[in-house]
Design a binder for this molecule. Structure first.
Ligand code: B12
Ligand code: SF4
Ligand code: SF4
Length: 336
């Protein structure tokens, strides 16, 4: 598949709304018959989600435990306020009684053909999972509204602790690469969650096989961003570097990082590609969400006019601005 701008159909979405969040709160608009948890699960599956679970909001003690983890990151130089301002205090509305956790498979096979000289590699989450998430969420919200459950909704990348919630809802476990792994699709799952003001019985966390003695992701990460099992230093992660305007300098010399990541331009899948739990996720699990090829001609992307990029492509890239793509391209070509 070759990258052909202007012909890729994309669900439109306003990426800018990300910063003016009216949080997902679902309230019952009117008295209707009690809706069961199973009905909501069926509706989520109909909306295109593959995995659905229910959990409760974190307790005060759990929140304290979490803030210790954030403190540890800060002590390593990470400044959450600069890139993820909500990270220090998740936006879970006080009225929340239960949370529906939703996930879908976004696995995409790497093309068999080698990268052409003009092409660069992008990570799988950047080929269409964001618009796919938005259209699934919209469909789910519409179904809730039909049932009399009013959704006061911001549709967009979630500011909830998704992996933690999914684990708590019994949908998977956290691997040493710090990602949420599932039995069905390994870690190739995009998550979101909808807080509800109504109480539904939570699903119990489950026991999973876990990582055992394996440490392939820890060894494979080129910049040791997984500095010890289950611990990630975002400042060393290529994804953080390519997503934000933060510099890798200080944490890892840029030139060295560039060499380590070769022809990757945006995002990185190394710690997922090596994971044995992802090996059974193969062609038969290929999802239909991708709209961009993994081998991309990034200069074509750069040559798009501002409006086309903003309206069609930025959403696919989870909000990465055009100037960032340009900066990454310049770095790849050794331009200052
Ligand atoms: C910030 C962020 C990043 C940052 C930092 C990642 C990190 N691990 O911290 C960067 C840019 C590096 C990044 C990279 C990637 N990301 Co990211 N990222 C996020 C985001 C927006 C927030 C995560 C966060 O705030 N972490 C803060 C730290 C402190 O917490 P944590 O490690 O995530 O969570 C643990 C602890 O908090 C702990 N915990 C212990 N006690 C308690 C108590 C409470 C109350 C809570 C809340 C938590 C908690 O539980 C959690 C699980 O171990 C989430 C989306 C979301 N809203 O959750 C996506 C998300 C985690 N990313 C995702 C993806 C796909 C990626 C990449 C694979 C993208 C790519 N291909 O390049 C890489 C993978 C890198 C890696 N090995 O983790 C997916 C993961 C899907 C999955 N199967 O797990 C998510 C969930 C997005 C989504 N909507 O699906 N990401
Ligand atoms: S995404 Fe890449 S850089 Fe980030 S932790 Fe995984 S292997 Fe390391
Ligand atoms: S590569 Fe091994 S250690 Fe890393 S997440 Fe997968 S199973 Fe766990």
């Amino acid at each position: 598949m070759r990258f052909t701008p202007n012909v890729v159909p994309v669900e439109s979405g306003d990426y800018k709304s990300r910063n003016s969040v009216v949080y997902y709160i679902s309230t019952r608009a009117q008295e209707t018959d009690m809706v069961s948890k199973e009905t909501l699960k069926d509706l989520a599956i109909e909306a295109g989600f593959d995995l659905v679970g229910f959990t409760t909001p974190p307790t005060r003690e759990e929140t304290v435990e979490y803030s210790l983890e954030i403190d540890e990151r800060k002590s390593r130089g990470f400044k959450p306020r600069e890139s993820y301002p909500w990270m220090e205090s998740w936006r879970i509305p006080d009225e929340t009684r239960s949370i529906v956790v939703l996930g879908f498979n976004y696995y995409q096979e790497l093309p068999e053909e080698p990268l052409l000289d003009s092409e660069l590699l992008i990570a799988r989450y950047l080929t269409g999972s964001c618009p796919a998430l938005i259209s699934r969420l919209k469909k789910f919200h519409r179904s809730l509204e039909v049932l009399g459950i009013k959704v006061l909704s911001h549709i967009g990348p979630s500011e909830l602790p998704l992996k933690w919630l999914a684990k708590r809802a019994g949908l998977g476990w956290i691997g040493k690469n710090s990602l949420l792994l599932t039995e069905e699709y390994g870690s190739w799952v995009i998550w979101d969650a909808v807080p509800l003001m109504e109480e539904f019985p939570p699903d119990e966390p489950k026991e999973f096989a876990g990582c055992g003695d394996c440490d392939e992701c820890v060894r494979a990460c080129p910049t040791s961003a997984i500095y010890e099992p289950y611990k990630l230093d975002p400042l060393r992660c290529f994804t953080y570097f390519s997503e934000t305007l933060a510099s890798m300098d200080g944490a890892w010399p840029i030139r060295q990082a560039r060499e380590a990541f070769g022809r990757r331009i945006l995002g990185c899948d190394i710690c997922q590609d090596v994971c044995p739990h992802n090996r059974h996720v193969n062609k038969s699990c290929t999802s239909d969400v991708a709209r961009l090829p993994l081998h991309i001609d990034a200069s074509t992307l750069i040559n798009l006019d501002e409006d086309t990029f903003e309206n069609l492509y930025r959403l696919m890239l989870w909000g990465i601005p055009k100037r960032r793509v340009q900066e990454m391209l310049d770095l790849m070509h050794g331009r200052p």
